[in-house]
Each structure stands twice: as structure tokens, then as C-alpha cells.
Design a protein around this ligand. Structure first.
Ligand code: NI
Length: 256
């Protein structure tokens, strides 16, 4: 059993062949997928997918790149969706200093509002971080995000930062980049961070693992992430699969 904790099957890249993509995931032993919505259309599509497939769950939030577009109505809508039985997290949310569509101050405000919302509805949060580690850690602390905890999605930082996040009740999720030859930090994290704080994800259609790097990603490829972690930790892939699936089910409150 493999749990892909971060997939964008709600992306247009799957409009043509979603059924086959899902079939391949099931053939490779993917037992659960969280589809992450980050604006109006992707949240709507994520909710549809939870109705169509029993092993698909949704996370609902607002992406930091588009923070400037989020209205109070959007926030209220996300709050209403949070009570849906298949919505298991709020996010993705966070800070992205690579793109400058939304000013930093706006991103921070929208990030803080979503953490507050998650605490209100008692759901874990999924963090997107690009070039903004120090500010993310500070805001998580100031807003006491440890109360709900969550996931550092597609973590690319150091072992030291990973440990700081774990101390704040977060899991470290590794994706395709851990399979890249030059991903020194991600490999260190896979080695050093205990299995009971690790999760796996694809972030598909992006960040495709080796040996398919450069092609469209999909949930069936999450096995390459699990295999890489197993190799680095010198344990079996079954152990990685079992632990990361149990971690995800516990965090998301999924019993089946
Ligand atoms: Ni994502």
C-alpha cells in the first residue's frame, strides 16, 4: 500500500486519460491519494474526484502565488468545504518568494488567515515553501500551527530545518526530487529523519522522479520515491510503504 499525499489529478494535464492514470496507480498498489486544490477551479475539481473515487481525498486551500486573488468569500467557501467528510487538510498554503505576482506581505496575511481557519476546523495544514523557509518557520511558530500540525510538502530543506518542523508537529514529505542524483539535501533528510515522521508524494504532474524525469508525473510513480527512501535507509520498500501510509492515515484521520 502506498499513500500519495500530494497529487494534482485536478490539473488539465489529466483531462485526456485520468481513468488510465488512476488504473496504473491502483496496479502499483497506491491505496490512497490526496488531491490538492489551491484555487476555485482546482478545489471544485478535487471535490468532484472525491465523489467519483472512494480512495481519493481532498485538501482545500489557496496557493501563495495567487494570494492576491483570494477574497473573504473564498476563505468562507474553504471553511464550508472543510466539514465535508473527504476533506482531510487545509492547503496547500504557504509562501512562494520565487514568483512575485503576490507581494510578500499579502502572502503572509493569506497564510496566517488559513492557519487560523485550519485551527478553527481542526484540520492539518499542507505547506508550500519556495525560497521562504525562515518566514514560514516564524509564522508557523507565531500562529501556533503545532496545534493542528501538518505536512512540509515536497521538502527540500536541510536536516536541521526538518527537525525544527518536526518539533512543531509537522511531517516531512518527500517527492520525486529525492531520486535525483544531485539532490544531496533531500537524500540526507531521507536518511536522517525517522520513518515515523516521513511521508511520500508525487506533486504530480510536476517533479517527476527518476527514471521518468522531464515527463508528466502521476501517482503510480510514488513507488520510485518509496524505493529511494528504502535504499537510503537500508530497509525494505515494504517497510517504507507501511510506515508512510500509517503516518498519513493518522495525520488525515483516515481509518480505512
Ligand atoms: Ni502542489
Amino acid at each position: 500500500m502506498l499513500f500519495d499525499t500530494h497529487a494534482h489529478l485536478n490539473a488539465v494535464q489529466y483531462d485526456e486519460d485520468l481513468q488510465e492514470v488512476i488504473q496504473r496507480a491502483q496496479d502499483e498498489g497506491v491505496s490512497h491519494i490526496v488531491v490538492v486544490g489551491f484555487d476555485r477551479p482546482t478545489i471544485e475539481r478535487a471535490m468532484e474526484l472525491t465523489e467519483e473515487y472512494d480512495f481519493i481525498y481532498a485538501a482545500v486551500g489557496w496557493h501563495p502565488v495567487d494570494a492576491i486573488d483570494m477574497t473573504e468569500e473564498d476563505l468562507q467557501w474553504i471553511k464550508e468545504l472543510a466539514s465535508h467528510p473527504k476533506v482531510v487538510a487545509i492547503g496547500e498554503m504557504g509562501l512562494d518568494y520565487y514568483w512575485d505576482k503576490s507581494p510578500k506581505e499579502v502572502q503572509k496575511e493569506v497564510f496566517r488567515k488559513q492557519i487560523a481557519l485550519a485551527k478553527e476546523v481542526k484540520l492539518p495544514i499542507i505547506i508550500h515553501n519556495r525560497d521562504a523557509t525562515a518566514d514560514i518557520v516564524q509564522i508557523l511558530k507565531e500562529e501556533n500551527a503545532a496545534e493542528v500540525g501538518g505536512i512540509m510538502h515536497c521538502f527540500s530543506g536541510s536536516v536541521e530545518v526538518a527537525k525544527q518542523c518536526i518539533d512543531m508537529n509537522f511531517y516531512i514529505s518527500l517527492g520525486g526530487p529525492v531520486t535525483f542524483k544531485n539532490a544531496k539535501k533531500a537524500k540526507e533528510v531521507a536518511k536522517e529523519i525517522p520513518l515515523d515522521r516521513l511521508l511520500i508524494e508525487t506533486d504530480c504532474p510536476y517533479l517527476t522522479p527518476h527514471p521518468f524525469r522531464g515527463k508528466r508525473n502521476e501517482p503510480s510513480y510514488v513507488k520510485y520515491v518509496a524505493e529511494q527512501i528504502a535504499e537510503l535507509k537500508e530497509i525494505t520498500v515494504e517497510e517504507v510503504a507501511k510506515a508512510t501510509t500509517e503516518n498519513a492515515k493518522k495525520l488525515f484521520g483516515i481509518s480505512r
